[in-house]
Every structure is written in structure tokens, then in C-alpha cells.
Design a protein around this ligand. Structure first.
Ligand SMILES: C[S@@+](CC[C@H](N)C(=O)[O-])C[C@H]1O[C@@H](n2cnc3c(N)ncnc32)[C@H](O)[C@@H]1O
Length: 192
């Protein structure tokens, strides 16, 4: 599928489900590069978890760096996005796409036989979701993290910073101007 068709599909899904899609257009290559700059792809046997990939701008970049021993587990709630992603990444044996809610991540990890996650890369639009849904996702996320897991997410404002700080230590925040809208990347570890 061409990038233009993907953008049109994204806008269509946003118009259908504005709160869960949460953005009018997929993330830019600048935002993609910034969020992935926090990932050390040199590490062997890397386990990455991607929340809310949409049309897959992060996924497409991650697979360029995946080694045969690495694993990428992708969780997308939207059936159309999930179906397209399954087709797009069907040749990657170490990429698993799950059409599901990230609240079910523990069940998905159990099914995949994964005990430890190195990075969680999230596209979930926390600011447009109901507060209790956001809290639920953050609590679930913390519960699957070890002390070394890095949780990366982007937001269009710092509005959710206080919610993040209830569960995570914010290690770094980077601003990305070249995205619609401009965004902040949060790099976090779980609070111990
Ligand atoms: C702002 S879009 C981000 C898409 C993509 N990561 C990007 O940066 O362009 C949010 C995505 O999160 C998905 N999403 C929202 N809530 C979700 C949930 N509870 N579980 C899984 N995916 C969810 C939406 O369907 C949508 O694809």
C-alpha cells in the first residue's frame, strides 16, 4: 500500500474513531527517528513491544534494525489497521501482530512465551482516551515492566506528564517540531 493510501486510510479511521485513533495523520519520519533513537538495537535477543501502531510508521522503521534473534510484538485495537499490518509484515517471522487491546498485554506475552520486555514503544493517544482507560493501560504497562524496561511514548502536549509520574520515572523528554501536530517524546522507566 502506498504512503498516500495509508494516509487516506488513517484519516478515514480517525473520522470513524477519533478518540482511539487520536491523530489526523500518521507520525512523521522525524518523530519516528526521535522515538527510536532511545532504542539500543545492538543488544542481542531484543524484545520490543509496540502499542497502537496504526498504519505502522514505527513498525516499518523498527524492522529495518531487527536481528534474527530479536522479537517485535505489535498490539493494535483497530481491526482495519491490524489486518493491513498483518499483510504488510507477513514475511517477518519475528514480528507478531495482535488485533487486541493493550490492556491484554500480559495475556499476549504469555501466549508468545515472553518473560521480559526490553522496550515498549507506544502510540496510544492517552490525552484523548477516558481517564480510567489511560490509568488502566499505565497500570498494566507498569506491571509487565522489569527494572530495565524502557517505556517510550509520544504525546502532543505535556498534559499527561503527571499521570506518567505516578507510575514511571521520566528519564528524558524530547520535543519534535516536525510532526503534525508537534510532539513530545517521553522516555521512562518504572518507578520502584
Ligand atoms: C495516534 S495513533 C498512532 C499510530 C502510529 N503509532 C503513529 O505514530 O502514527 C493511535 C493508535 O493507537 C491505537 N489504539 C488506541 N487505543 C488502543 C488500545 N487500547 N489498544 C491497542 N491499540 C490502541 C489506535 O487504533 C491507533 O492506531
Amino acid at each position: 500500500m502506498s504512503k498516500i493510501i495509508e494516509k487516506i486510510e488513517f484519516i478515514y479511521q480517525f473520522l470513524n474513531k477519533p478518540k482511539t485513533v487520536g491523530a489526523i495523520t500518521p507520525s512523521s519520519k522525524h518523530l519516528t527517528k526521535k522515538i527510536l533513537s532511545f532504542v539500543d538495537f545492538k543488544k542481542e535477543g531484543l524484545v520490543l513491544l509496540e502499542y497502537g501502531p496504526g498504519t505502522g510508521p514505527f513498525t516499518s522503521e523498527i524492522v529495518k534494525y531487527l536481528k534474527p534473534t530479536d522479537q517485535l510484538i505489535v498490539i493494535e485495537l483497530n481491526p482495519k489497521f491490524a489486518t493491513d499490518l498483518k499483510e504488510k509484515f507477513k514475511d517477518y517471522k519475528n514480528v507478531k501482530i495482535h488485533e487486541d487491546c493493550v490492556a491484554n498485554t500480559q495475556k499476549i506475552l504469555d501466549k508468545e512465551g515472553i518473560k521480559k520486555v526490553d522496550y515498549i514503544i507506544s502510540g496510544i493517544p492517552f490525552s484523548s482516551l477516558p481517564k480510567d482507560v489511560t490509568e488502566d493501560i499505565l497500570i498494566n504497562t507498569k506491571s509487565i515492566m522489569s527494572n530495565t524496561t524502557i517505556f517510550l511514548t509520544f504525546q502532543y502536549s505535556k498534559f499527561k506528564k503527571e499521570s506518567f509520574e505516578k507510575y514511571f520515572e521520566i528519564i528524558d523528554v524530547k520535543f519534535v517540531f516536525w510532526n503534525i501536530p508537534s510532539a513530545f517524546v517521553f522516555c521512562m522507566k518504572k518507578l520502584v
